[in-house]
Write a protein that binds this ligand. Structure first.
Ligand code: ADP
Ligand code: ADP
Ligand code: MG
Ligand code: MG
Length: 557
């Protein structure tokens, strides 16, 4: 193949010899000889939010740094301190000419919310500085009040910046950028560490920055948030760590659909093997197919219902009250709720890792495979050693290999030491261990944490098809709304006061469960007409108003 277009390309996209040549003249930046290369740049527009989407290591942060003026592009020539003239010659005649001229002449004020917020916690400039005090010195009172309310700052304004948790630090970083005036605002992964409610609130705040004379660029892995935030989308594709190519901007709906389809029509470029669709019929069709192929074994199986009783659990000052639940074999239940509301507590109760307040309550005795939220590997050895020890029988199994190990690209990790794995790699290994364990029910707590969007898509597909094929049941905690509605047959919605009390309903059907949850969040969702992807309605739009007044927070047609 051309090395750019992934194998089995059904469109016969891209002539093998032409494409790289075109790209060769379009290198914007290269970190050094034989290192990562970024081709082209995203094209921001006045008065609009531009979203960037793509896997990790594909150049999103690099592009942001260039557009923020923090990194001077070297056009792939590996010299730093390149003359202004030469850079301008490269952009002359392109749509970026105006932007780059202003940037190089320092006539654009750019503010960037960096991806790695640890940098803020470790910045000596913020040493012993209080959150509220710092923010108040940066912007006017009205703006401070607005941001304070938008990001729920009560309780953390008198804290030192160094003492903030991940989610709190993220909100401070967003606030610190939003409170200042700029011509261009850049946000690198603003939703990391935030729960579903905080993500929506941050997205609303970021969007409210927009004026006719400024612009916003956002890198975001949560497609729902990206969709809500952006007017336009640039997709980044290529080979992680080797090269990345930025597409032209598409209108948000088209851009996200292109990303999900894995195919860019205007460039005739396929960058992912398979499409990702949300057809609600997928699962039923699958079930029908399975029935046909498995009819021979049907008599061997009996359908198990997993019923759990009403429970209460007190942890210090927090109390969870859970309604009883009934789940059928083969069903996937997704838990939805903000952080600190008791999702992990309920999972642990079901897993038997915690006992309910009433010790006489008996839970059904089932084989459980549990993937905890926090992963703290103590294993001293390679991934291969770990698999041999824990899932000796399953991981060599051919079906498991083709259904799980290959799509998750585990092969290349086998000889790495478990202790040296990155967050995303560790997550994938934890998921392999959980899926491989023979069980009646999977309990999976936040599988998409640390994964980039491509990996989330792949993992969601793997989880769903494996759970259906093995005819098992699963309860999954998932903050990414698109993945949640892709996975869920049923929903458990949580409400309450984070850290104080949580209340969870019985599992209920996707539509009614989502409806109640979205009502609490005060957002309405419709389905995309092309691929059935759920989309948040822009606030105060006609569609938003109509759906809310009809009580249809989650519209499926
Ligand atoms: P993304 O934000 O899409 O995850 P980045 O833009 O951060 O990707 O990085 C793209 C590639 O460039 C990665 O392979 C990364 O390792 C490499 N890279 C980033 N910064 C540097 C640097 N300062 N020197 C060398 N390589 C770098
Ligand atoms: P979620 O998974 O929804 O984010 P959790 O179930 O982990 O929430 O936690 C709910 C609340 O219970 C949080 O406020 C948390 O701080 C508190 N909590 C969890 N475990 C303990 C514990 N062992 N001791 C005291 N409080 C706890
Ligand atoms: Mg990045
Ligand atoms: Mg949790």
């Amino acid at each position: 193949g051309c090395g750019l277009c992934i194998k089995h390309c059904p469109f016969q996209a891209i002539k093998i010899s032409n494409f790289p040549k075109v790209l060769q003249n379009q290198v914007t930046h290269r970190y050094g000889a034989n290192t990562f290369k970024l081709h082209r740049l995203p094209l921001p527009r006045l008065g609009e939010v531009l979203g960037l989407v793509g896997s990790n290591g594909i150049g999103k942060s690099t592009a942001l740094k260039i557009l923020a003026g923090k990194l001077q592009p070297n056009l792939g020539k590996q010299e730093y301190g390149m003359a202004r003239e030469e850079i301008m010659r490269f952009f002359r005649g392109s749509e970026l000419e105006n932007y780059m001229t202003k940037l190089l002449d320092k006539k654009l004020k750019a503010l960037i919310k960096v991806q790695n917020i640890e940098l803020i916690a470790n910045d000596p400039k913020f040493d012993k500085v209080l959150v509220g005090k710092r923010l108040r010195t940066m912007g006017e009172g009205i703006r401070y009040g607005k941001i304070y309310r938008a990001l729920d700052f009560q309780g953390i304004t008198d804290r030192e910046i160094q003492s903030l948790s991940g989610g709190e630090l993220q909100r401070f970083a967003i606030a610190y950028t939003c409170i200042q005036n700029a011509d261009i605002y850049l946000f690198d992964e603003p939703s990391s560490f935030l729960d579903i409610k905080q993500r929506l609130k941050a997205a609303k705040l970021i969007r409210s920055l927009l004026r006719a004379y400024n612009q916003v660029i956002v890198v975001e892995h949560d497609l729902q948030i990206l969709d809500y935030l952006s007017d336009c989308i640039c997709v980044l594709y290529g080979k992680s760590g080797t090269y990345g190519v930025v597409t032209m901007p598409y209108y948000v709906q088209e851009g996200i659909n292109i990303f999900l389809a894995g195919y860019i029509p205007t460039e005739n470029m396929r960058f992912r093997d398979d499409e990702f669709t949300f057809k609600v019929t997928d699962k039923d069709e699958q079930k029908e197919k399975d029935k046909i192929t498995d009819q021979g074994q049907e008599h061997m199986r009996k359908t198990i219902n997993y019923d759990y009783p009403a429970m209460e659990k007190t942890l210090d000052t927090f109390k969870l009250t859970a309604r009883p639940g009934q789940i059928q074999q083969g069903e996937i239940v997704v838990m939805l709720g903000q952080n600190g509301i008791g999702k992990t507590t309920l999972i642990k109760l079901l897993a038997g890792a915690l006992k309910p307040d009433d010790l006489t309550i008996e839970l059904p005795r089932l084989n459980i495979s549990y993937k905890p939220q926090t992963l703290a590997p103590k294993f001293e050895g390679t991934v291969r050693d770990l698999f041999c020890l824990k899932i000796h029988d399953t991981w060599q199994d051919l079906t498991f290999k083709t259904e799980v190990l290959i799509p998750l690209e585990i092969e290349s990790l086998l000889d790495n030491y478990v202790q040296t794995l990155s967050g995303g790699e560790l997550q994938k290994i934890a998921m392999v261990l959980a899926l491989a364990k023979p069980c009646d029910i999977y309990l999976i707590d936040e599988p998409s944490a640390y994964l980039d969007i491509e990996q989330r898509i792949r993992l969601s597909k793997v989880m769903k098809s494996w759970i259906i094929k093995s005819n098992r049941t699963a309860i999954i905690v998932e903050h990414d709304f698109i993945m949640a509605s892709y996975l869920a047959d049923k929903v458990i919605a949580f409400h309450g006061m984070p850290g104080e009390f949580g209340y969870c309903r019985s599992p209920e059907g996707l539509i009614s469960g989502m409806n109640k949850f979205l009502q609490l969040m005060d957002i309405s969702i419709r389905r995309d007409s092309a691929n059935f992807r759920p989309r948040i309605n822009k606030r105060y739009s006609n569609q938003d108003f109509e759906q809310k007044s009809a009580g249809n927070y989650f519209l499926m047609e």
